[in-house]
Design a protein around this ligand. Structure first.
Ligand code: MG
Length: 425
């Protein structure tokens, strides 16, 4: 029995989430804006048909959107994260291994039955997801990750309502691969596709059939892997556990520039709290921490600064991350700079299974276990009652006040007070 690789993707995910909690947005144009209502990062199919492009600055399109009667929403990552968790939970039950690739995308492995047909499985999964979560998904199936991505692309392009395409069962794939533009082959960077185009290679089929030696000479093992994946030889590993990650970054842009150390420290504290919480969820420790900040890239006196510290022992402890990031914030801060972005990066992540102990420090161990218990209590309260129900003093100012979200939908799935009241007489 052979193994199939599946790629599952939520259709117009952010827009679908918004429509889910507000059905009156369905069948009308809808776009979702990036942080601070900057530009368009998602749109539904109706908005796409009306010619609204991705990545456009909102202020330039405001009038057009208004004229076309297209609804506009600020991004609501709390909502999308919650719907994503529910989606992945269902996928986990229906697949063997699952690699969560992004908020709305996952790779999975599955045994191919003797008759090789997986369309019945796919159809069932789509209807279960739709029934339980209300989000439409597209399923691409192949022998490798690259093939599964291509199959997903074809399923979307075909525009029929099946939402599934299995390229693995197609004997001669040439016709399909001929239609995949080289820029749409997953994993090829801009440079590599430009190099290929220069050589006259314009689609996936031509790339698959070109000289491997030439690919290897120019792009080494990375290029060769992609080419082999197109040929159906699986070479890109499956990362079933988030603990395979080596780095974790939490960063945000502000709605308006800040210039005080206090505000910078509050923002950085918040990101350090989110990052250490993610670390604990992934069962990982970090060995070092970087904080950074920057002014507007397009300003005349562009300024960016960062500072890194190694942690004495790899750990996942919020209070240690907070203390370290506060010290680092002082180092990156320069007065009179209009800062518009800041972030925290945790590096050299490792599994928390192997814990380094400081020998002969009884007092240290006691303190450490107290801090661990404190983190558990805080995580427990926040998991139950919603993020930021309880937090650390250094992040006390509601950081959202420096994020612009004018068109934010109500959080209907992550806060108890947002649950609608139904009156039955
Ligand atoms: Mg998607």
């Amino acid at each position: 029995m052979s193994r199939a690789i599946v790629q599952i993707d939520g259709n117009n995910f952010y827009a679908s989430c918004e429509q889910l909690i507000n059905p009156s947005l369905k069948r009308k144009g809808l776009v979702v804006l990036s942080n601070n209502d900057g530009c368009i990062i998602a749109r539904n199919s109706e908005a796409r048909k009306m010619g609204i492009a991705m990545g456009q600055p909102y202020f330039k399109l405001k009038e057009k959107l208004n004229k076309l009667n297209i609804n506009v929403k600020s991004s609501n990552y709390e909502l999308y994260g919650d719907i994503s968790n529910r989606l992945m939970l269902i996928l986990r039950q229906y697949c063997e291994e699952l690699e969560i690739y992004s908020i709305d995308e996952a790779f999975a492995t599955l045994k191919r039955p003797r008759n090789k047909q997986l369309s019945k499985w796919g159809k069932e999964l789509r209807s279960i997801v739709y029934q339980n979560i209300g989000i439409p998904i597209t399923i691409g199936i192949g022998d490798t990750k690259v093939q599964a991505k291509i199959a997903n692309h074809i399923a979307k392009e075909r525009g029929d309502s099946s939402g599934i395409f299995d390229i693995g069962i197609i004997e001669n794939k040439d016709d399909y691969l001929n239609r995949i533009r080289i820029d749409n082959v997953w994993g090829l960077g801009k440079k590599m596709s430009a190099w290929l185009k220069n050589k006259g290679i314009s689609n996936a089929r031509e790339f698959r059939d070109m000289s491997s030696k030439e690919v290897k000479n120019k792009y080494g093992i990375v290029g060769l892997r992609l080419q082999n994946e197109l040929k159906g030889k699986s070479c890109i590993n499956f990362k079933a556990k988030p603990s395979d990650r080596k780095e974790l970054c939490v960063s945000r842009s502000f709605a308006y520039p800040i210039d005080s150390l206090e505000e910078l420290q509050q923002a950085i504290s918040k990101y350090a709290i989110i990052a250490s919480n993610k670390l604990r969820q992934n069962n990982q420790f970090a060995s070092s921490i970087t904080v950074f900040t920057a002014t507007n890239r397009y300003s005349n006196d562009f300024f960016r600064s960062e500072a890194t510290a190694r942690l004495e022992i790899p750990n996942d402890n919020t209070s240690i991350m907070l203390k370290t990031s506060q010290e680092l914030s002082k180092r990156i801060y320069k007065p009179y700079r209009k800062l518009i972005k800041a972030g925290v990066i945790l590096h050299k992540l490792q599994s928390n299974k192997y814990e380094q102990k400081i020998l002969f420090k009884e007092e240290h161990m006691q303190k450490k276990s107290n801090l661990e218990n404190l983190n558990k209590v805080i995580d427990g309260i926040n998991n139950k009652h919603g993020r930021w129900t309880i937090s650390w003093g250094t992040s006390i100012l509601e950081n959202d006040s420096i994020t612009r979200r004018e068109k934010l939908s109500h959080l209907k799935t992550t806060k108890i007070e947002n649950i609608p009241t139904i009156l039955a007489n």
